[in-house]
Design a protein around this ligand. Sequence first.
Ligand code: FAD
Length: 314
Amino acid sequence: MTATDRGTAPGRARLAEYTTFRIGGDCPELHRCPDAESLLRCVNALRERGVRGYRVVGQGSNLLVADAGLPHPVLRFYDEKVRFERKGDFVRVEGSTPLDAFAAAALERGWGDLSFCSGIPGTVGGAIAGNAGAFGRQIGDLVRSVRLLGLEGDTYRADGERLHFEYRDSRLRRSGEIVLEADLFLPEQDPEEPRRERERILQYRRERHPDWRTTACAGSVFRNVEPGSAVRRRQSAGWFLEQAGMKGAHSGRAKVYERHANIIVAEPGCRAEDVLTLMRRMERAVYDRFEIELQREIRLMGLFETGSREEQQD
Ligand SMILES: Cc1cc2nc3c(=O)[nH]c(=O)nc-3n(C[C@H](O)[C@H](O)[C@H](O)COP(=O)(O)OP(=O)(O)OC[C@H]3O[C@@H](n4cnc5c(N)ncnc54)[C@H](O)[C@@H]3O)c2cc1C
């Protein structure tokens, strides 16, 4: 039985339509998987066809997909619906659930304090894989356990501590395991202050960041600079980029955002190659000025024309 027979309606797709950068070539099959069960059915159907090299993406808010696209089927594990279930002090949430909508729903009910997730696009699964966070907090600190899809199509649970969360990183970024669902520690608490904090954060983002719904971008291009690398504490990559004169710089149709030097916006007609060229210029500018090597936060997928094999990061 093929994935089509099971009702997932795959077909050739332009990946630009599935990333917030609105960039990226085609993939041979795109499967929409709104929940864990449909994702598992789809993976099993692909495996029955002998297909192993599929890629799973969430909302595509942390991705730069090559202009040439991907040669593999892509499984989009995303749904607008917020799927969760309360279990004592924990909330079990589907990996496909939008993080910001989930944060709003939890705050509404007085469950924990997810205000720091306010305005972060992407799915809960994508957030856990990259240990998303803001304002000194990160989602990994709340993860008690996850249910994972392994490389062999098997599923199993893992405790949060086995995921090795670090700043914007976890073992999942390298292992290729997929977060199907997660149990987050969100005990009941007075929601007043977290709700106010959410409003403050949303206002802060409106003033400083582009709105990804109307402006093509993928959030911070580089991770903040870790302690030990010539500076004593983690420092904003945006500060180094600004000092290196990158605000407003552009390559082709890719441009450094005027209000935030660590964000690239893609103007209409922008190619992935434009973004990658600009990223390299930004890296070089900071290195030349500070001898600091910026680390990329945005994930590259596919093979880039101007790159060597290192640029193939999927
Ligand atoms: C305007 C804007 C602001 C942003 N602000 C922040 C911020 O403040 N803090 C922050 O941390 N990030 C921020 N981001 C980046 C991005 O939103 C996060 O990295 C987000 O968690 C990515 O989730 P996603 O579902 O879009 O993942 P995708 O971009 O679809 O995928 C990213 C990677 O995660 C993997 N992945 C996706 N889903 C899963 C899953 N279920 N299990 C395992 N791996 C998976 C993919 O294979 C890929 O390697 C911002 C982005 C934008 C556009």
